[in-house]
Write a protein that binds this ligand. Sequence first.
Ligand code: NAI
Length: 311
Amino acid sequence: MADEKLKLEDLLSGVQRNDEDGRIDYVAIIGGGLMGQGIAQTIASSGLDVLIVEKNDKRVTASQAILKASMEREIARWAMTQSEMKSILSRVKWTTDINDVTDCDLIIEAVDENYELKKKIFKDLDKIANHETIFISNTSTLSLTKIAEVTNRKDKIIGMHFLNPVPKVPLVELIKALDTSDKTVEVVKKFAKKIGKTAVEVYEYPGFVTTRAIVPLLNEAMHILLEGIASAKDIDTAMKLGYNFKTGPLEMADSMGLDEVLAWMETLWSTLGEPRYRPSPILRKLVRERKLGKKTGEGFFKYDADGKIIE
Ligand code: NAI
């Protein structure tokens, strides 16, 4: 009730809610792929409304199908009820028109890991969105400071690195760019808490903590495969049983999307110059063949419609 009153007062006074008290009710997500739909599910299940912006109708249909399928898998595992799924779906809307984000309190960008694309989106959003709106990027390796340069709100640009699968991973990395204000950090920290994530603050640096630490391991597993030391299945079994990993490195790369993994390695290699980030030729080959992992049904392994490895 008190909340309702606050909303009404905000509307009457014309005050921006997220400027006034960091309150966020309606979140836009640009890009409804693997991460975008996972972020949408997480936010909607915390009771907030979500708008996903995709680049065309075909991608909207694909994004809707992925979101529904991922929740149906949860239901089959008794990890979600039909009514929870219905209530999440009732809070998520899709559009192909980026101009629809004007009413959103917060905008999260989750398009492909590509500077030019991300910069174009931030530039467009800067013209469309209310000046007080905070923009978050889910980039894994790119510089937020460089992305922020194309906007007139450098203090309101921040990185929030979700990990896949978003509804299950309780962590986000918060990345403060050169000009990100403390106020923006505070608002986004509160938001992370509200959606059930523990935030760790990291300095802006290629790959932050999680991507930088995992990429060499994935790359090494690919080299081991390429050198014929063991089969893909045995490499993953060795790492799972030997080191108590839930998922082996090759299946993990397949889950992340091999095109994304390649893009991260290219950035880490070119920015840090360390050979350990130089992408294994087998990764390049699979990406060339559009065998991108679970999302295309084949990568290091073949997958059924439920994302399970076909033995
Ligand atoms: P994805 O390829 O599954 O999804 C990207 C989506 O962006 C696609 O659906 C595409 O249609 C959409 N898109 C492209 N241009 C657009 C535009 N102009 N307007 C609206 N939508 C547009 O990629 P994924 O894996 O979801 O990655 C997205 C971002 O999240 C990348 O920056 C990646 O580095 C980051 N990330 C990915 C993780 C992973 O495990 N895959 C983990 C953490 C971060």
